[in-house]
Design a protein around this ligand. Structure first.
Ligand code: 3HC
Ligand code: 5AD
Length: 559
């Protein structure tokens, strides 16, 4: 982009500016701090110039919808259609959550995102003793395909894409979703949706697992293979950096660990004999949009570029779609405060804008009550309106990747890209992703970064408005919160009892025995799971049947 002579001339001009203008100015009025750092810890230059970006336009930027995809996965981006507005919902029984979905769709939401309660996530049925007090509390309770039918009742699954945030039990919920679609007569070729199904980040940061990493990876592999062969528009994994970043990682770690996990899934599926170009186009990703605006825009751009290079150079992908990273984004829960909760609307708007300027495909903007409870209807409405204002009023949809060419953003993009490749070299040296999980490598790196972030906050390098600065103890506005319906758990128990009473118990047992048989071989686990789910086996029954085959996992804690 810049010739060496031009860069030398800028360097000369800068030195002159520092001597003649800056130094005397700073003698009279020093800067507030000697060093400014991004939230992710990268030091900022005072001012970025062409000296700070060794950029080759064709190699590093290119055009939207073309390698290396820095500028976006599609050639027209939001000029054709905005990103998918996908607010999460999940509470109570299937009927309760279905009503919230329909409310949000009526308000203009364009995608669905489902959050399940802790028992469903962990594979406990609602009547398991371990589920007590948790049924329908922080997500929707789904025990069997009968619940799944009600969850998406009256929603056209060929027209709206459905995301399910589900991990250790993902393949079972996936089977339930497909069974609902089949039983309602939808065309599998038109079904569009996503299961999170990213078990690696569970061991790294979210800590919700059932089985040890290796059998858990096999299940993920089977669901990707099955989806590739049966569901051309479905995204069978949403490789997620969100939880790692929320746990205190840096921006570089968020991208590096996520893409490393993506590579581990690719390696497993390729090893199973599937051509990389057959499944890579439907791999999908999930990142947070934090409050450090410039760093976040750079992060999304870097993630796309790094993935494109990996797919092309490391995995030999040939199809353009295999190299094109598509991602969902959620604004940062940890950036929201319990004090003065309406301030979260401002934070979320800024984070949402960063996601859009970074080229997100799908977005959840947090409710102002994020730090207080799961979101109320009122909070979700304003959060959705925030996205609609970005799409309809700000004008940012008119031009693609508008921050490209900004010296600051390009410099950050380059540094994040380099940081990722440094991590990949380290992970390779240590024997790969699963070995790194077992050896606690990611966990230790993350813990160190989280400690450093807290230390910087404690040292006053970063402030939280209304909490660590400008705190007003006289005013903390009251907001109406989501009301937990204590009757929901009993309603769910009654639903589960009804399903158990009406099904053919012997057929369920035969189906469970078949899954156990398959689990002991290298056959794909999806067909037998689909058969069991169709026979109305519950999630808990399937998970429990497989415990003796796959075993359990205890992590060595890191402090
Ligand atoms: N021109 C033409 N077509 C376009 C276009 C354009 N400019 N832009 C988009 N399209 C097309 C796409 O090609 C696609 O068509 P296809 O399915 O036939 O390929 C269609 O329009 C939809 O566009 P996208 O695929 O870009 O958007 P989606 O919203 O369908 O998918 C995704 C986005 C990231 C790939 C997908 O994986 C997704 O939606 N993920 C959501 C994940 C999610 O919601 N997660 C929530 C997690 S919450 C959590 O974990 C927190 C807590 O609960 C613990
Ligand atoms: N409903 C809506 N949002 C939820 N989240 C988690 N559970 C729910 C739910 N049941 C969102 C919150 C949280 C993030 C991890 O996911 O924003 O911070």
């Amino acid at each position: 982009m810049q010739t060496p002579e031009k860069i030398r001339s800028v360097a000369g001009d800068r030195e002159q500016w520092e001597q003649l203008t800056l130094l005397s100015f700073m003698e009279r009025r020093p800067e507030a701090r000697p060093v400014f750092r991004t939230l992710g810890g990268l030091p900022h230059e005072r001012v970025y110039t062409p000296e700070h970006i060794a950029l080759d336009y064709g190699r590093d930027l290119g055009f939207p919808g073309a390698f290396p995809y820095t500028r976006g996965p599609y050639p027209t981006m939001y000029r054709a259609q905005p990103w998918t507005m996908r607010q999460i919902a999940g509470f109570g029984t299937a009927d309760d959550t279905n009503a919230r979905f329909r409310y949000l769709i009526a308000q203009g939401q364009t995608g669905i995102s489902t959050d399940f309660d802790m028992p469903t996530l962990m594979g406990y049925d609602s009547d398991d003793v371990r589920s007590e007090g948790e049924v329908g509390r922080e997500g929707v309770a789904i025990d069997s395909v009968d619940d799944m039918h009600d969850l998406y009742a009256d929603i056209d699954l060929e027209k709206i894409s459905v995301s399910m945030t589900i991990n250790p039990s993902a393949w079972i919920l996936f089977a339930m979703y497909l069974t609902v679609a089949d039983e309602r007569g939808f065309d599998r070729n038109k079904l569009s949706g996503t299961i999170q199904n990213d078990i690696i980040k569970e061991y790294v940061s979210q800590k919700e697992w059932v089985y040890p990493p290796r059998p858990a990876m096999r299940i993920v592999r089977d669901s990707i293979v099955y989806s590739t062969q049966n569901l051309p528009r479905y995204n069978p994994v949403n490789v997620s950096g969100y939880h790692t970043r929320e746990a205190g990682s840096t921006a570089i770690q968020e991208v590096a660990f996520t893409l490393a996990a993506g590579m581990a899934y690719v390696e497993d599926v390729v090893r199973a004999g599937v051509d990389v170009d057959d499944f890579a186009p439907r791999l999908s990703f999930f990142f947070v949009s934090q409050i450090d605006f410039l760093e976040e825009v750079a992060k999304f751009r870097a993630a796309r570029r790094v993935w494109a290079r990996l797919m092309k150079e490391r995995f030999g992908a040939k199809k353009a779609e295999s190299m094109r990273l598509r991602f969902h984004c959620q604004t940062a829960g940890v950036s929201c405060t319990a004090r003065e909760p309406l301030n979260n609307i401002a934070r979320t708007a800024i984070e949402g804008l960063a996601a859009v300027l970074g080229g997100a495909q799908s977005l959840h903007t947090n409710g102002y009550d994020e730090a207080l409870s799961i979101p109320s209807e009122a909070a979700m409405k304003i959060a959705l309106r925030t996205q609609q204002i970005i799409a309809e009023e700000t004008g940012v949809v008119g031009t693609i990747d508008p921050l490209a060419g900004s010296y600051a953003v390009e410099s950050l993009t380059n540094r994040i890209e380099q940081g990722c490749f440094d991590y990949f070299a380290e992970i390779d040296k240590r024997g790969g992703v699963v070995k790194c999980i077992e050896d606690n490598f990611f966990q230790i790196e993350l813990a160190d970064a989280a400690y450093d972030l807290h230390r910087r906050k404690d040292a006053g390098e970063r402030h939280v408005v209304g909490v660590t600065k400008y705190r007003d103890d006289s005013a903390n506005p009251h907001v109406e919160l989501h009301h937990v319906d204590e009757g929901a758990a009993n309603r769910q128990l009654a639903r589960l009892a009804k399903t158990r009473a009406k099904r053919d118990g012997a057929a369920v047992q035969r189906a469970l025995d078949e899954i156990v048989r398959v689990a002991q071989t290298d056959e794909n686990i999806m067909p037998s799971t689909l058969a069991a789910v169709k026979a109305r086996a519950t999630g808990g029954e399937i998970i429990n049947a497989l415990r003796p085959v796959f075993g359990t996992y205890v992590e060595t804690p890191v402090f």
